[in-house]
Design a protein around this ligand. Structure first.
Ligand SMILES: [Zn+2]
Length: 491
């Protein structure tokens, strides 16, 4: 039976992983069609007092780590906050006194919603959870019958990161609702229990479908490029704060399987990480079940009549592509609900062919080119910068072409050589040294004599100007669009 098969797999796993301090586990397998409990392993060994083997790990409330995150995304999809390819910010942020950080203590910068869930990033999940309304994650869990003894404000924003204890049975019921088009049904322990033909809708079917779709990730032992569309496994892991509990839970074929690894006495172990401690045995069991009870694997398709559309998105902004968006990506959205705007990140600008600098309009005096650049909101751009991700942002305007130039932050370059108003005798080699003092954030200085671009130099680098006699206004323009000028006379 499935019960015996899972018991055997868990016993094998604990035998081979005892060296890592893994000595107890719990597991629950249900059929999502009938909600029948097919296997229930409360502990690795009922008769072993050392591991408190008589505790039922499927009913004990424990911190679920990140295993509730998919429901944050499901609610965010349903409430029109995101679609799977929306760009979220994985960036340091403070929520009042709460300073969440990621498991790896790093910040990836802007990230697609589907990747943020698949990679279990904490900041995007907390940020989304903070935006949820009617229901919030707390209201949703309470509505689904999860016992949360404290008030919403006491759990606060740690709730999506495992801040409230839940049982494995709760997790399995919730994941089964994802598999059942958003309908919650009670578990069925004996054949005497009635089969609920219809459940209670707790998630819109479209959001349930998209959430599972986002959880169809490559298995832990397989490279990131691989994803099995023919025999999908929708799975998530969780690691509780302080390494007390390692979780993994999967929806596959018509089943939900949950695995917990930990100690009933609460002893922590650095090896209790969902992905490395609980996911391997989860997949071993799934593989065994699939060979022993071969059922046809089915591709993941939207439920009949679902209000879902598959369209192209701009791969960079996650918005609907405009004519200048060259990288595109196919994805789902829920018409009438998902946030859909035209990409305004990619815009075409006119640049001066000689300097590569931007001009506001073609006045017929210069040779110009059309080029596509990315226009990001300042906040997003600084998140990219902090994450060390370079973006193709537009060059500054040519000096004097736009009043915007004057409005920039920081100090404009100050020309130190030659001095302002200086009368210069043209040397025999006809080159005049130019030097400007700039702010520390400057990478390049563009030099102009009057309206003519004469060349580029690095800060602190003397630029040699090939001059001829005349009266000039010299301009040094930095790559942030700030400019300083001085007049000189060359004779
Ligand atoms: Zn675009």
């Amino acid at each position: 039976s499935k019960q015996q098969l899972i018991e055997r797999r868990i016993a094998d796993y604990i035998r081979t992983n005892r060296g890592r301090g893994i000595q107890n586990a719990a597991a629950l397998l249900i059929d999502t069609r009938s909600m029948d409990v097919l296997a229930q392993i409360g502990s690795a060994d009922f008769f072993n007092a050392e591991i408190q083997g008589q505790v039922d790990g499927t009913r004990a409330p424990r911190s679920p780590g990140s295993t509730l995150k998919p429901f944050v995304y499901a609610l965010a999809l349903e409430q029109g906050l995101i679609h799977p390819l929306s760009i979220l910010a994985d960036a340091p942020r403070t929520f009042g006194e709460y300073n969440p950080e990621n498991f790896d203590r790093e910040f990836l910068g802007p990230i697609r919603a589907c990747d943020a869930l698949a990679r279990s990033r904490n900041l995007p999940a907390v940020e989304l959870a903070a935006q949820l309304r009617h229901p919030t994650l707390y209201e949703f869990l309470r509505g689904a019958g999860v016992k949360l003894p404290r008030s919403e404000s006491l759990y606060g924003l740690a709730l999506p990161l495992g801040g409230a204890e839940v049982t494995m049975e709760d997790l399995v019921r919730l994941y089964a609702a994802l598999a059942n088009n958003g309908e919650l049904r009670p578990l069925r322990r004996t054949s005497r229990d009635p089969i609920a033909s219809r459940g209670r809708r707790i998630i819109m079917p479209e959001a349930a479908f998209l959430t599972l779709d986002m959880l169809n990730q490559p298995r832990p032992e397989i490279g990131a490029a691989y994803s099995d569309q023919a025999a999908p496994v929708f799975w998530k892991t969780g690691t509780s704060h302080g390494f007390h509990d390692a979780w993994s839970i999967a929806v596959f074929n018509h089943y939900v399987l949950a695995i917990w690894i930990g100690n009933f006495d609460g002893r922590a172990n650095g090896a209790f990480v969902g992905r490395t401690a609980a996911a391997p045995v989860l997949f071993q069991i799934i593989d065994s079940l699939r060979t022993t009870w071969p059922e046809p694997n089915e591709p993941h398709l939207p439920p009949p009549g679902a209000n879902l559309k598959r369209v192209s998105f701009c791969a960079v902004s996650g918005d609907l592509p405009g004519e200048h968006c060259t990288q595109q990506l196919e994805g789902w959205f829920i018409p009438g609900i998902s946030p859909i705007t035209q990409c305004d990140v990619h815009q075409e600008v006119l640049v001066d062919a000689a300097s590569g600098l931007r001009v506001a309009r073609d006045d017929g005096t210069r040779q110009l080119r059309h080029e596509i650049y990315e226009f990001w909101p300042t906040e997003m751009l600084s998140i990219f910068q902090r994450a060390g991700v370079a973006r193709k942002v537009p060059p500054p305007f040519l000096p004097g072409t736009d009043p915007e130039v004057a409005a920039r932050m920081g100090n404009p370059p100050r020309i130190t050589t030659p001095a302002a108003g200086q009368k210069i005798m043209l040397p025999l080699d006809k080159t005049i040294p130019l030097l400007a003092k700039t702010d520390g954030d400057v990478g390049e200085i563009y030099w102009f004599a009057g309206r003519t671009f004469i060349g580029k130099a690095r800060p602190h680098e003397v630029f040699s100007w090939n001059a001829s006699a005349g009266d000039y206004v010299l301009t040094a323009l930095d790559d942030h669009g700030r400019a300083g000028s001085c007049s000189v006379i060359v004779r």
